[in-house]
Design a protein around this ligand. Structure first.
Ligand SMILES: [Zn+2]
Length: 91
């Protein structure tokens, strides 16, 4: 299993991995999502690619952030179900 880089958006070190509807890596802290891929290995690699790409390029980071936000808005529209999700407070 590929190790995932820290979240490009909030710096959180630990990411979640979802296999429910395609494979993708997500950040439980800020809810950022990596690209949906056909395997978890590819999803982790894609997440790391975002980390590398945005690390030196704030413009790229902002563009990716906008895409994630749009995808999130779309998913809410599609579900129509408002679900409260408390941020994990692990300590
Ligand atoms: Zn994050």
């Amino acid at each position: 299993m590929i190790e995932t880089k820290p979240c490009p958006f909030c710096g959180a070190e630990h990411q979640g991995r979802s296999e429910s509807s395609g494979y993708f890596v997500y950040c439980p802290t800020c809810h950022a999502r990596g690209p949906v891929m056909s395997s978890m290995t590819a999803a982790a690699a894609a997440w790391n690619a975002v980390w590398e790409k945005t690390r030196d390029d704030p413009g790229e980071l902002e563009a990716y952030r906008t895409r994630i936000r749009q995808a999130f808005v779309d998913s809410i529209r599609n579900s129509g179900d408002d679900e409260a999700d408390d941020p994990a407070s692990s300590g």
